[in-house]
Design a protein around this ligand. Sequence first.
Ligand code: SD4
Length: 363
Amino acid sequence: MKPNSASRRDFLIRTTTAGVLAPLAASCSNASDVSGNSPPVAIATWDNRRALTAAWDILVAGGYALDAVEAGVHVPEADPDDRSVGLGGHPDRDGRVTLDSCIMDERFRCGSVAAIEDILHPVSVARRVMEVTQHVMLAGDGARQFAIEQGFEPTNLLTEQSEREWRAWLDANNYDPEASAGYRPPINSERRDMPSIQESHDTCGMIALDTEGRLSGACTTSGWAYKVRGRVGDSPIIGAGLYVDGELAAATATGHGEEMIRAAAAHTIIERIRGGASPQEACRQAVEHIRRVTPSDPSEVQAGLLAVDRSGRFGGFALQKGFVYVVGLPDGAGEPDVAGTITDSVAVSGGTIYVVEAPYLIG
Ligand code: SD4
């Protein structure tokens, strides 16, 4: 835990008496190196620092938060070494890579694709759903068909390594995920699969506040490894894996998606913030809610939650030890006063990305 930093708090927190957060004043000297009125903030699940850097570059140039989160999550979607997202993601038990993704802007506009196949950037299909249809969510073959109609090229997402691992899983588990020990992905598999935490960059929920005070978010994943064909997780479910209330805050989630759906995790966070909780406290309360409502042994499930509000305050909290997140803050903001532990930081254009071990309920 870092010592309190009054300057950081003063920099970011402006609240009204109703507990609704107002945008930062234009005169904030810490934001002098970015355009617009509000210092940008971006935050993403796990050590998705490369993804956050891509988003950050757009934010510090004064770009739109929606463009930033879309560009940010493109990075793991296209990375064959990221085993939880997009190309190279773990397939379902039939050997098909099926992707879940959604996006939401500051005006409650949202789009989503569930169990889509053969499309490298499902988040961009989700954005097309939002922008050119009257729908919010497309699933399966229909989502794939829509993507191709919109000009997305079909791409084989099953890499040789993913296929080898899936075949080994099949041999060991006899096509029976429910019966096989260890069917549920291990807690923090995003972390353990990786040779080192610095290189890990997995299932990506990302939320951002841009210099115009606009909030947006995106969430993208290949979901539960070797899942039953057709399984959809929380990541494309508006209110579970992602929610944005442009007047108030944005939230995203990672972990065992069934728990996030059951608890409407991202929406729960937003409502707690509406009730007056800080983003940090709201994430903690939502994790407690998940622990209360899960029918599983809470020690066997993971939930990692993140939130940022319109004044730039952010927070993260997990059910289990081991959840890390990355947060980008502008030059002049100083090291943030986080709940949890800062384990690393990297200088980026116009700011710094911090890696934070989130606090948790169950050790
Ligand atoms: C899912 N929540 O499909 C996703 C998986 C995840 O980090 O977040 N992994 O359940």
